[in-house]
Design a protein around this ligand. Structure first.
Ligand code: FAD
Ligand code: DLZ
Ligand code: SF4
Length: 515
């Protein structure tokens, strides 16, 4: 009898995955593998490993219920070879399949493994497109072809047209494509009405995984103490409804806001579920559009949210695959500083940094503006090596897979690609953080001061960054204002800003903390 082997990777946790399309449950074997290669190619946050392995185990049970034969290899199985290819080889020995059908991987590293299977195994190997995305690789390449700049906004409009989301015929709903300007409100004063994500209590399966992770990955960053992720499709659907009902209405207004002790605000916290397959991104966007059509959420929230998914998410994926495996090595600004130890401890007097890193270590989560304007901005200003910055983001967030993390980190926050993704570096002084958060009011530093013992370090670092990189950034039209301000400063001011930055960086290099 013809047998088909269907390996399902840890970020392919949906019964709608393309590798299962048209397969016959009677003659197919699904293979799911917990492997050391995947758990250690970077030192993932403990909660990220626990989340993915628990979601995988629950998904295997779901597939069995749906009638599939699933072989599941656990990390501590004595014969576990430790790699996808090794486990497929063992399954090939057991079943001598005629065909291996797999959905394409989400990273160049794993794609290269899958590409070897054709020559390594006698079975015919079929690698199928991942149909969970709206744009195929060809769609993105067609759009990108011949353009001198690949700006997200224009790609996003194509995706709106393709999906029909928030479209009124061929016009955008409300006559405008983008309501970003309405989405920059500072944080509200009182936080009593803040929505809370559901805290899912670990079941037996999750508890077993958590115990195993605590022992086996004790030296990995992060804590397991506040593990409350959804680990099944049903739980993820509950998390989705919670977001739609309670957070989405204000999502737009407070998308960029940051508040002390409030890691989640009005964000969805759905990225771990979308990226591993527990939730479908297009379904989610349709739900959001429906809430808008029913008058339950304002247009700036609905459009802002849908843009993140069919715009940014699809766009960074397109960039990742288009730019190729060497993208990771780009370092336009030639930044070489080691990422300081504070990124693994959160132990610093810089309140914004300790909040963003502290919650990251606690929850394997930080929202976009914290990633971009706190940890990303700080790494950019101090001149941290973009590859190390990239590896840190890949390690610490439960939603991190290279296809989505790398362009956001190396491209958007570190300007490592020289402006392919961002038209200017996302560099800012303390004033942006002060405007968008309450962090500065809780900080030992004074955001208004630029030099001296009590001055906010972001201020001198910002000017030092511009001065240091003037040969590479001086011509950037979007930076003409700050460069003009820099030129107008007298020599003493310039000298003292650069000396303050130098002193801070020397302290940083000498210590493992950030202050
Ligand atoms: P919400 O604020 O509720 O946004 C809704 C959804 O939009 C998210 O769930 C996500 O699916 C999508 N989204 C929003 N912004 C982006 C974006 N820039 N790129 C892709 N999708 C986006 N997102 C990841 O999913 N994985 C990553 O590894 C990742 N790394 C990042 C690294 C850096 C340096 C930066 C600046 C951003 C990164 N992002 C990443 C994007 C974004 O920060 C997260 O998607 C978001 O914070 C997830 O939280 P949420 O679900 O509450 O998002
Ligand atoms: C991230 C991750 C981890 C930590 N562990 C596993 C695993 O043991 N088995 C698995 O199938 N997938 C895991 N993953 C997710 C994979 O790294 C991800 O599926 C690949 O990077 C392909 O994109
Ligand atoms: Fe951060 Fe500076 Fe504000 Fe302190 S004063 S919270 S270091 S921006």
């Amino acid at each position: 009898m013809t047998t088909t082997l269907i390996p399902i990777l840890g970020d392919q946790l949906t019964p709608d995955i393309s590798s299962l399309d048209g397969a016959d449950p009677d003659t197919s074997v699904v293979l799911m593998m917990e492997v050391a290669d995947e758990t250690t190619y970077v030192s993932h946050h403990k909660a990220k490993i626990a989340f993915i392995l628990s979601a995988m185990r629950h998904h295997a049970a779901r597939l069995r219920q749906l009638g599939w034969t699933v072989e599941y290899v656990k990390l501590d199985d004595p014969d576990n070879s430790g790699s996808f290819t090794g486990e497929v080889a063992r399954a090939v020995e057991r079943h001598s399949p005629d065909r291996i059908v797999v959905t394409e991987a989400g990273e160049w590293r794993v794609a290269a493994m899958l590409d070897q299977w054709e020559t390594r195994f006698e079975a015919e190997v079929e690698i199928r497109p991942d149909t969970r995305f709206i744009a195929t690789h060809a769609d993105f390449d067609d759009w990108a072809e011949g353009r001198s700049q690949l700006r997200m906004e224009y790609f996003y409009r194509e995706m709106r047209r393709k999906t029909g989301l928030l479209m009124d015929g061929d016009k955008p709903e409300g006559d405008k494509w983008n309501y970003d300007k309405a989405n920059r409100k500072p944080p509200p004063g009182g936080t009593l009405d803040m929505p809370r994500p559901i805290e899912f209590q670990p079941d037996d399966v999750t508890r077993e995984v958590i115990d195993m992770v605590a022992k086996r990955f004790a030296d990995h960053p992060g804590s397991l103490d506040s593990f409350h992720f959804a680990v099944t499709h049903e739980e993820a659907m509950r998390a989705k409804r919670q977001f739609l009902d309670h957070a989405l209405p204000c999502f737009g207004d407070y998308q960029d806001a940051m508040l002390t002790g409030e890691p989640f605000l009005w964000h969805s916290i759905l990225s771990p579920y979308i990226n591993c397959g527990l939730l479908d991104p297009l379904d989610l966007c349709r739900d959001v559009a429906e809430r808008y059509a029913d008058g339950k959420v304002p247009l700036n929230s609905a459009e802002g949210f849908i843009r993140q998914i069919i715009g940014w998410r699809e766009y960074v994926r397109g960039i990742y695959w288009r730019e190729g495996p060497d993208y990771v090595a780009r370092n336009f600004l030639n930044a070489k500083r080691d990422l300081p130890g504070v990124y693994w401890t959160g132990d610093t007097d810089m309140h914004c940094l300790s909040q963003a890193i502290g919650q990251t270590l606690d929850h394997a989560y930080a929202h976009h503006i914290q990633r971009l304007m706190i940890t990303g901005n700080f790494a950019l200003l101090i001149g941290a090596d973009p590859k190390q910055v990239h590896e840190w983001y890949l390690e610490v967030y439960a939603d991190a897979y290279e296809w989505v993390e790398l362009p956001n980190t190396l491209g958007m926050t570190q300007f490592g690609d020289g402006g392919l993704l961002a038209s200017k570096p996302y560099a800012s002084s303390g004033s942006y953080i002060d405007r968008m958060s309450d962090y500065c009011t809780h900080c030992r530093y004074d955001v208004k001061q630029r030099t001296g013992e009590d001055a906010c370090p972001f201020n001198a670092l910002y000017w030092d960054f511009l001065a240091r990189n003037e040969d590479k950034l001086g011509d950037n039209r979007r930076l003409s204002m700050p460069y003009r301000s820099w030129e107008k400063m007298d020599a003493d001011t310039k000298r003292s800003l650069r000396a303050s930055a130098r002193a801070f960086l020397d302290r940083l290099d000498g210590a493992s903390g950030a202050d």
